[in-house]
Design a protein around this ligand. Structure first.
Ligand code: FES
Length: 137
């Protein structure tokens, strides 16, 4: 597994999502209340772009004529045939036991921590003012 710094956090604000290509893999990064989640941007059904899908919530029916809408913004619906995936886990809603989208660990790290390296050379003062999105692939 390797670490990739993909963008400043300001590129994917809370409630937004964006597609990145990391090591040749399309990865959709979602920001849910400033916690980042990564998902392979290729639907396990027939390859639709999940990043191009609608972000929605969970609709359940406890009884005929009743419904409960919850977890607003935590699911993405594939634009091709409507399969839905939990953004936090990649688990499908159509067949949770067998079908899931590949998930990736995504973190937001301070700019100061991502510019550190193992080698030391002559230094000059540098300030990093933004946080960055980091993906483990
Ligand atoms: S390709 Fe995603 S639901 Fe068919």
């Amino acid at each position: 597994m390797s670490r990739h710094i993909v963008a400043p956090t300001s590129e994917v604000p809370s409630g937004a999502h964006k597609r990145f290509v990391i090591k040749g893999r399309p990865i959709a990064i979602f920001n849910l209340d400033d916690i980042y989640y990564g998902m392979l941007d290729r639907c396990p059904h027939q390859g639709g772009s999940l990043c191009a899908g609608i972000v929605t919530g969970l609709l359940q029916s406890p009884a005929p004529g009743q419904y409960v809408y919850s977890r607003k913004g935590e699911f993405v619906r594939c634009p091709w045939h409507g399969w839905e995936f939990d953004i936090r886990t990649g688990q499908s809603y159509c067949d949770p036991e067998r079908i899931r989208s590949k998930s990736y660990t995504v973190t937001a790290q301070s700019g100061a921590s991502v510019v550190e390296g193992p080698y030391v050379a002559e230094t000059v003062p540098v300030r990093v003012e933004e946080d960055y999105i980091v993906v483990d692939v």
